[in-house]
Design a protein around this ligand. Structure first.
Ligand code: ZN
Length: 103
C-alpha cells in the first residue's frame, strides 16, 4: 500500500464566497455579507453570524451600485427591497472604494 500520487500542498477547506455582482470569489472575511432580516429588511452583517438568507458583495462600491440598481441583490435574497432600504445600503457602500473589479 504505497501512495505514489505526487504530494501537493495540503488543501485546507476554506469555504469560498462569491460576490453576487462580479462573481469574484473570496473567503468570507474578504466579502461583505448582507442578510435579510424579517421586519427590518436587508442589513449589512459585519460578523457574518446573523441568521437568514445571505448574499455576498465585494467591499467595492461598483459591485454595490450594480447589485442594488439591477435588482440582483433582491434576486439573490429572493426579497423585495424597499427604496428606503436600498438608500440605506447605498450609504453603507459609500465607505468603500470605487474600484474597477479585476478579472
Ligand atoms: Zn464584486
Amino acid at each position: 500500500m504505497t501512495k505514489d500520487k505526487p504530494s501537493t500542498a495540503p488543501v485546507k477547506h476554506i469555504p469560498q464566497r462569491t460576490c453576487i455582482n462580479c462573481r469574484k470569489t473570496g473567503v468570507k472575511r474578504e466579502l461583505v455579507r448582507l442578510v435579510i432580516v424579517s421586519g427590518t429588511g436587508v442589513e449589512v452583517d459585519p460578523t457574518g453570524k446573523k441568521t437568514g438568507r445571505g448574499a455576498y458583495l465585494c467591499p467595492n462600491r461598483v459591485c454595490w451600485d450594480n447589485a442594488l440598481k439591477t435588482g440582483r441583490l433582491a434576486q439573490a435574497l429572493r426579497a423585495n427591497i424597499s427604496s428606503d432600504n436600498i438608500a440605506r445600503l447605498q450609504n453603507n457602500a459609500a465607505i468603500f472604494k470605487n474600484e474597477k473589479s479585476q478579472a
